[in-house]
Structure formats: structure tokens, C-alpha cells
Design a protein around this ligand. Structure first.
Ligand SMILES: [Mn+2]
Length: 313
């Protein structure tokens, strides 16, 4: 596990259908992200916030809302994340809405390509985020980042990072999914995206789900977590714009994060869609931080060692 973390704030809600996630980075700082990570022996550099265009709050054009602004923000995120990876540091992108994962994950994929590492993206979300401009009911690009990363989207977004597609669907595992638009569902099946939806989690349990999602992660794998806070059940995480009931409970989410930590391969992270305007006394930011601590090896269980030997790890 990397012990040198760089925090990068991307204070924008340009891809979302509800305003407010642009305040996410500051809510994480207020909830003490820096001292909490430091308390686990991690060296933290807060690089501050990226700058970018204001949210134009305009209707869709050809099925996209705010495409030019989304491109500008994602280019900026891509460059910042790519730079941190090149320095050998562990970047945490503090969103911001989930459209910014196009910039961060294209940077991670580029870094892995250049360093010959395998990539496993764990997409923790209530939504598949696999819409296109033809399928989208809203035009909000935060519903499209996985499709864009897999080469389906507007050229300006698909080519960020210089390799089309940035990512193969085979490198992605989606966990916690419970809200997918009809056309989107068909496309997800078509490209063969591996989805552990909430029915799978209900039937198999979080442990078997994570065992399956982490299979074949080895010492040569870069694990990236893209954590949309709406992954969590709204009971524990009300501070997001697109809550969907029936998500993982606090304990299930903790186990998910702990099992990712156990691989020792987590090397980059997005924390997205946290919306302080909808939160209750910053509670969602605090829950998100408790989960981030688990990702960095804080076990909520009584264990002699944070590392539990697992098959294949
Ligand atoms: Mn999302």
C-alpha cells in the first residue's frame, strides 16, 4: 500500500442534475480527511482544488449538458492525476460529480499502460453510469463516464488520455448497482461489463461479492476504486443528489472496503458525488471518511493484523 497520498479537489457539479457536489472537496476537508489519513501513518499532501469553468446550468445539446465545461474539467483532472502517479504517489480525487472519473481513470489507465501494470477498476455506485447521448433521459454526463472510458461517447471525452478506448470493460467490476435505464442496461450487457448488482449482493453476501470482484488481482495489479457516495444506502448517506434505496448497509460497505484493503493493491481512489447541500450536519462526509479509513487498512473488527490472508493474494 502506498503511504504517500495526494489530495486533489475538483469542485464542480458540471456533469450532475442537481447542484451541490462542487462543495464535496471542502466537506471532506471539514470532516478531517488530512488528519484522519495521517493518523494511519500516511503522508498526505493536499494539492488544493483544480480550477475550471463555472456550471452554465444549460439544457442538453445533442444529448449532452455542458459538454465543453465537462471536457475542460476532465482534462484538468487527467493531468493532475497522471502527474501524481508519475511521482509515485497515491492520488485521491475529491469530487465533484462522477463525470470527473473520465479524467482520473483515463490517467490511471494511461499510467498502467506505460508501466506495464494490470488494472482493475472497482466502480462502487448505485448506477452503471453507462449512458450515451442517445440513451440518456437527462443529458447529464455524470451518467456516462464508464461508457466514455470504454470508448462510447463524444470524441473530446473518449480521447482524453490519448488511447481509445481508455479502458476495456474487462478491467471493470461494478458493485452495488440498482438503478439502470432500460437502453443503458442493454448496452451494459452488449459490452460484457461485469456487474455485481444489489440482487447479487443480497443473494451471495458482500464477502462472496468482493471475492468475485477481486479474483485475479495479483502483485502486478493496480486497483483503482471509483467510489460514488450514492453506492451507500441513503439511510447512512443522505448527502448525494441521486439517492437510490436498497444500497449496502454500513457494515456491508465496511466489509467491502476492508476486503479491498486486504489485497494491498489499492493505488488510486475517487470519492465522488458527495453533496453537502443535501447532507445533514456533514454526516455523509463523515461516513465516507470512515470508509476511506477502512480502504487504508483501518479494520473495524478485532484483528491481530490488518492483513487477512486470502486466496490468490
Ligand atoms: Mn456514479
Amino acid at each position: 500500500m502506498h503511504r504517500q497520498v495526494s489530495l486533489i479537489g475538483a469542485p464542480t457539479d458540471v456533469g450532475a442534475g442537481t447542484r451541490g457536489s462542487g462543495m464535496g472537496p471542502e466537506a471532506l476537508r471539514v470532516a478531517n480527511i488530512v488528519p484522519l489519513l495521517e493518523s494511519h501513518g500516511i503522508e498526505v499532501l493536499d494539492r488544493g482544488n483544480l480550477a475550471g469553468p463555472a456550471n452554465p446550468w444549460a439544457p442538453p445539446v445533442e444529448g449532452y449538458r455542458h459538454l465543453a465545461a465537462v471536457v475542460a474539467w476532465n482534462e484538468s483532472v487527467h493531468n493532475a492525476i497522471y502527474k501524481e502517479l508519475g511521482l509515485g504517489r497515491f492520488p485521491i480525487l475529491m469530487g465533484g460529480d462522477h463525470c470527473l472519473a473520465i479524467g482520473s481513470i483515463s490517467a490511471v489507465a494511461r499510467h498502467c499502460r506505460e508501466t506495464g501494470r494490470k488494472l482493475r477498476v472497482l466502480w462502487l455506485d448505485a448506477h452503471a453510469d453507462f449512458n450515451t447521448n442517445l440513451l440518456t433521459p437527462s443529458g447529464n454526463i455524470h451518467g456516462m463516464p464508464v461508457a466514455c472510458l470504454c470508448g462510447r461517447g463524444p470524441r473530446e471525452l473518449v480521447e482524453i488520455g490519448g488511447h481509445i478506448p481508455a479502458l476495456s470493460p474487462r478491467e471493470v467490476r461494478q458493485i452495488g448497482i440498482r438503478s439502470v435505464d432500460p437502453g443503458e442496461k442493454q448496452l451494459v450487457h452488449e459490452v460484457g461489463l461485469e456487474v455485481f448488482d444489489m440482487r447479487y449482493v443480497d443473494e451471495m453476501g458482500m464477502r462472496a461479492t468482493m471475492d468475485a470482484a477481486l479474483v485475479d488481482v495479483d502483485s502486478d495489479t493496480h486497483v483503482h476504486v471509483s467510489f460514488d457516495v450514492d453506492f451507500l444506502d441513503p439511510e447512512i448517506a443522505p448527502g448525494v443528489g441521486t439517492t437510490v434505496p436498497g444500497g449496502p448497509t454500513y457494515r456491508e460497505a465496511q466489509l467491502c472496503m476492508e476486503m479491498i484493503a486486504d489485497t494491498g493493491r489499492l493505488a488510486s481512489l475517487d470519492v465522488m458525488e458527495l453533496n453537502p447541500a443535501l447532507d445533514v450536519r456533514n454526516r455523509t462526509a463523515e461516513v465516507a471518511l470512515e470508509l476511506i479509513e477502512s480502504l487504508f487498512g483501518k479494520s473495524t473488527l478485532m484483528r491481530k493484523s490488518a492483513v487477512v490472508p486470502r486466496e490468490g493474494s
